[in-house]
Design a protein. Structure first.
Length: 359
């Protein structure tokens, strides 16, 4: 596993090599479209939250006229939400495709220029397969950051927006303990913050080896391809029969490493799924239980309970963005490090020439 300072170096080198795309006018327009679409999507979610309050209040009153009006409003909000979601998908995937194309061309140009292809060397414990890094790691290193940046922006805005709803709708909770009245201020906000913090801490502890495991899996896959490619390119017809046992042993060992790394990754995903799936099942139930005392006391209407539950789920989902995206973040960092390592290796090819020219 790379030390922290070397990881930072690789991430920095990746960004210096890949950020040129975002200085293009078309890239900035796509970025603006992603941000604008995210804001519009949040506005629709906010309005849908109030719609749920009005709908359930009408449901509790058995008000057929109000229910019909709310049903028609839902159709409008749903149609707008679908349209915005489609727009965001187009903007995100277009940005991913264009950034990957730009970075891939940049890597190929750097790889083939000045005869670097013949002099490229990696560290001892790294696979020597730049083709895999250009083809696969460049894809992950451009796809994932855009998806995650858009998701993180949406999560931050959602948390801020829907915490306001919990603050206003939930209010304070008064609890009687041994004759004493204890007031818990803004108890829904307090609970969702504590709950989300515990989930994030749990994911960090359980998935702390995820980045290392994914990096090992990617390296093993690349090494397996490298061994197969090397054997295909260097074997001759005359020596083919004599070399076959050694070739099979070499490929067999490389494939055994791939299988072993996938087993390790399976264990990591099983552990992180324990947290993510448990959270998905528990969060709505926790919200309903928290709202039950005020609803039974008549301090909250059915619509307000439904609104608070929806807001609680939105906030905890936003605050637990890290929990939900930890495996993808690990995969992204692994590929970013490998592309950064390729760029560093390309830089090192030119260093002797630069020193010689300086002398």
């Amino acid at each position: 596993m790379l030390p922290p300072n070397e990881k930072n170096l690789l991430v920095s080198r990746f960004w210096r090599g890949a950020s040129g795309f975002w200085r293009l006018t078309n890239a900035r327009l796509l970025f603006a479209l992603l941000v604008g679409g995210t804001l519009l999507q949040l506005a629709l979610q906010y309005r849908m939250n109030y719609w749920s309050r009005d709908f359930f209040d009408a449901f509790g009153r058995r008000d057929g006229t109000a229910l019909r009006s709310e049903a028609l409003l839902f159709l409008l909000l749903a149609a707008l939400s679908v349209a915005v979601a489609i727009l965001l998908i187009w903007a995100r995937m277009t940005a991913q495709r264009k950034w990957r194309a730009w970075l891939t061309r940049h890597l190929i140009d750097q790889w083939l220029a000045n005869d670097r292809i013949r002099h490229l060397h990696f560290q001892k414990d790294e696979d020597s397969n730049p083709e895999y890094r250009i083809a696969e790691d460049a894809r992950v290193a451009t796809d994932a950051p855009i998806s995650m940046a858009a998701g993180l922006l949406s999560a931050i805005l959602s948390a801020v927006t829907f915490i306001g709803i919990l603050w206003n709708v939930g209010g304070d909770l008064v609890v009687g303990i041994d004759g004493y009245m204890l007031t818990v201020p803004k108890y829904l906000v307090l609970t969702v913050l504590i709950y989300s913090a515990l989930l994030t801490l749990g994911m960090m502890l359980i998935g702390r080896r995820m980045v290392h495991t994914i990096a090992g899996k990617n390296a093993a896959e690349a090494q397996f391809r490298s061994v197969a490619s090397h054997l295909r390119e260097h074997r001759t017809a005359a020596a083919a029969q004599d070399a076959r046992p050694a070739q099979l042993t070499s490929m067999g060992d490389a494939f055994e490493t791939v299988v072993s790394r996938w087993k390790d990754l399976c264990v990591q995903f099983m552990r992180t799924t324990l947290i993510s799936t448990g959270n998905t099942l528990a969060a709505p139930i926790i919200a309903w239980v928290l709202c039950a005392p005020k609803y039974l006391a008549g301090a909250m209407s059915l619509g307000e309970v439904a609104q608070a539950v929806a807001a609680f789920v939105m906030v905890q989902t936003a605050l637990n963005w890290f929990v939900d995206n930890y495996p993808g973040l690990a995969e992204c960092l692994s590929s970013v490090n490998r592309v950064g390592s390729l760029l560093v290796a390309l830089d090192e090819v030119d260093e002797p020439k630069i020193r010689l020219a300086a002398e």
